[in-house]
Write a protein that binds this ligand. Structure first.
Ligand code: C2E
Ligand code: MG
Length: 702
């Protein structure tokens, strides 16, 4: 800025040396001295800057610093102090001086910068509109950081709060270079902010903004994340003269948010990326593959019979097992490959850059081997085997979701073939996938479109041959595929949660139908068995909807029997037991379905919750030829007798099977031999003949 005309107020009492030196500096073109501490004669020389010795002489002059500064407000003022009395300089700046200098440790260059700064600051403040200057004076005393720059980007003001946030000592006067790079990184601290998007630039070019988060970096200091508001400063004629920003330190908040976001993307138990994050990574990998033309493979891994580990060894061991599986996965992947936990005992892996598709198979085979090695958990040795499905991009799909579904489908195929193996996704599987998708979409509307129907299969008393009840079996009248059995859609209903609304409809319809038959044919004891999926037992609303259905139809609750899968009871989750007890309280009967196919906890049979069980058709199917099945059936029926539990057998197809069951004292039978499941109207005509005395199974009966 060149040399200035300076007026020096003071006797040089503590600054004699400084005064002498000042005279020789180029920054001082002219120096006048006054010992009076008073307003200079306006007619005298030009004055660019006034220096005031803040010391005993000033006090003795009878003037207070604020009143002196007030009388000098037409000029930029710099207060002079010694290092020992530096606080006096700070007080002077608070009272209105533009800056202060410690004469014993301010170098020549620094001093020049301070003079320039004082002159510019004074000039800017003098030009500010009344509103802006009063806003500024309020701002400078708040707890938020405040920084003022002129139009060229010189920092003219920086309040104490800002200094402490930014780790600037009160001596440091930030220069234009510092200001240019101030907050030049986005909140992640990595990406740079374009120069014209940085807060100080925006404010001094008149842009008003709020809550811009940016990172302030300073060598040797921890990064500070700031939330910044800014706007232009205007003179009384509304011309832009500079800008002001206010900011607060949000480092902790941002760090915590980042931490939370991170946690929301990882699975708590295994620390692997969760579904969402894995899918995002996969989308990126697909993008890379499309650019570099190299295929990628998605592996869908599911542990075989994980449920029985949970059931027999407990959930803690189950959890430990999943953790170890995750560990083995991560350790056995190559750099660049990545994995995730899809949910439950399902894991996903993406292999990039594996060359030919046989190499993907080799990788899958390796994982199958590694994952089926012994697991040591606490004092237990646990064995688990995986089923792995492989889908290759581009062949199996262009979208992450599609690829994962394809791999899932292939995994399912591997499982069907016995597990502990891998299976490639193929185009014939693709047809299934498409159908699966179509079914899934169709199911969402099936209920409102009235596409579900119930068929009913008669159940007879083995001894008398009398029809004692019916089992309600759901079917879906699909607009394109025709009448579908539950095997085609039940698992989708269950996994999508649609089982709850559909289940309610089934209960309601079956109850209404039974009530109508009971009344019409005067058969008050006619019973109805209704199947429940395990998911329905986890839903609190079930008991209420059963109560409602019973109330609406005024049925005797003892005529309704709910069939639950025998695995459900083993899985003694309290909410399921609670639901079962709730159902029992309503007076309905409970029955264990598919008895003999799964692990069964005998203690659960003895709790009095269960009224009957249904021997699975796989036991009955070959009972004529299979000794061990004969023994199981006999033993099961004997046990049931002891526990006062009723036994039904399903899937009875031949008279020999029926005879065998009769010889074992089985109570009830159901199967194609007696009748196939059928529509309600057909049941009506059977009931008509039944009351006329014609039995369903008269043929061949002794
Ligand atoms: P489930 O409860 O064991 O029902 C008996 C199944 O065996 C029925 O198959 C029936 O058509 C079939 N079946 C009956 N007699 C014979 C026979 O002599 N030989 C052969 N081979 N099969 C016979 P469906 O209707 O396909 O039902 C299959 C399974 O779907 C049912 O097994 C049940 O677990 C489930 N399910 C059916 N309806 C419902 C429902 O409304 N809700 C729920 N949650 N599950 C249902
Ligand atoms: Mg059943």
């Amino acid at each position: 800025m060149g040399g200035h005309s300076i007026l020096y107020l003071g006797r040089g009492e503590f600054a004699a040396g400084y005064l002498e030196k000042l005279k020789t500096l180029p920054v001082c073109e002219n120096l006048a001295q006054s010992e009076q501490f008073s307003v200079p004669d306006p007619a005298g020389h030009r004055i660019d800057l006034i220096l005031i010795e803040v010391g005993p002489a000033l006090v003795q002059s009878g003037q207070t610093l604020p009143s002196l500064l007030n009388s000098l407000r037409l000029y930029p003022v710099v207060a002079l102090t010694t290092r020992e009395k530096e606080h006096r300089g700070v007080a002077a700046v608070r009272a209105g001086a533009q800056a202060s200098i410690c004469i014993d440790d301010t170098g020549e260059l620094e001093q020049e910068a301070i003079f320039d700064h004082a002159i510019q600051r004074h000039r800017l403040l003098a030009r500010l509109s009344d509103t802006d200057s009063s806003v500024l004076s309020i701002l400078s005393s708040i707890n938020d950081g405040v920084m003022v720059v002129d139009q060229q980007g010189h920092v003219l003001d920086i309040n104490p709060a800002a200094r402490s946030m930014l780790g600037l000592s009160s001596r440091i006067l930030p220069d234009a270079e510092w200001a240019r790079s101030f907050c030049s990184y986005t909140a992640d601290g990595v990406e740079r902010i374009e120069p014209d998007q940085r807060p100080l630039y925006k404010a001094r070019t008149g842009e008003k903004f709020s809550n811009q988060t940016a990172v302030y970096k300073m060598q040797g200091q921890i990064d500070v994340v700031l939330s910044i508001n800014g706007q232009g400063l205007y003179d009384s004629s509304r011309s832009l003269v500079g800008g002001v920003i206010t900011f607060r330190d949000v480092t902790d908040i941002v760090r915590r948010t980042v931490e939370l976001e991170k946690r929301a993307q990882y699975d708590d138990l295994t620390l692997l990326p969760n579904r969402r994050l894995f899918t995002r990574h996969l989308e990126k990998a697909i993008g890379r593959s499309q650019r570099n033309g190299r295929p990628i493979a998605v592996l869908f891994i599911d542990l075989d019979r994980f449920k029985s580990v949970n059931d027999t060894l407990g959930h803690d061991i189950g959890d430990q097992l999943l953790k170890q599986v995750a560990d083995r996965l991560t350790k056995n992947l190559r750099i660049g490959d990545f994995s995730g936990r899809w949910g439950g005992d399902e894991f996903v892996v993406c292999l990039e850059d594996f060359g030919d598709s046989p190499n993907a198979a080799a990788a899958a085979q390796k994982l199958v081997l590694v994952l089926s090695e012994k697991y040591e958990i606490g004092n237990s040795e646990v064995y688990a085997t995986p089923s792995v499905g492989i889908a290759i991009h581009p062949g199996a799909g262009d979208q992450a979701e599609r690829l994962i579904k394809a791999a899932d489908l292939a995994m399912y195929q591997a499982k069907k073939r016995g597990g502990n193996r891998f299976q490639y996704y193929s185009s014939s599987l693709n047809k299934k996938l498409e159908q699966h998708e179509e079914l899934e979409i169709g199911l969402r509307h099936a209920l409102v479109r009235n596409e579900f129907v119930l068929h009913y299969q008669p159940r007879i008393d083995v001894n008398s041959g009398r029809l004692i009840g019916l089992e309600a079996l759901v079917r879906w009248q699909h607009p394109r595929f025709g009448l579908l059995p539950p095997a085609r859609f039940l698992s989708i209903l269950e996994s999508s949660g649609l089982i709850h609304s559909t289940g309610e409809w089934i209960i309601e319809t079956a109850c209404r139908q039974l009530a109508s038959w009971q009344r019409h044919f005067e058969l008050p004891d006619l019973a109805m068995a209704i199947n429940l999926s395990p998911q329905q037992l986890l839903h609190g609303r079930l008991v209420e909807s059963v109560r409602q259905a019973l109330g609406d139809t005024m049925l005797d609750p003892g005529c309704i029997e709910f069939e639950i899968s025998d695995g459900t009871l083993v899985d003694d989750r309290s909410s399921q037991l609670e639901t079962l007890q709730g159902l029992r309280k309503l007076g309905v009967r409970l029955s264990l379905d598919h008895f003999g196919t799964r692990d069964i906890s005998f203690s659960s049979l003895d709790t009095g919750v269960i009224d009957s069980f249904v021997l699975d058709q796989s036991l009955i199917q070959d009972v004529e030829f299979n000794d061990s099945h004969q023994r199981i059936v006999r033993a099961a029926i004997a046990m049931a007798r002891g526990l006062n539990i009723e036994v039904a057998a399903e899937g009875v197809e031949t008279i020999t099977q029926f005879e065998f069951l009769r010889s074992c004292n089985c109570d009830l039978a159901q199967g194609f031999l007696i009748s196939r499941p059928m529509q309600a109207e057909k049941v009506s005509s059977i009931l008509r003949s039944e009351i006329a005395g014609t039995r369903l199974l008269s043929r061949g009966m002794p």
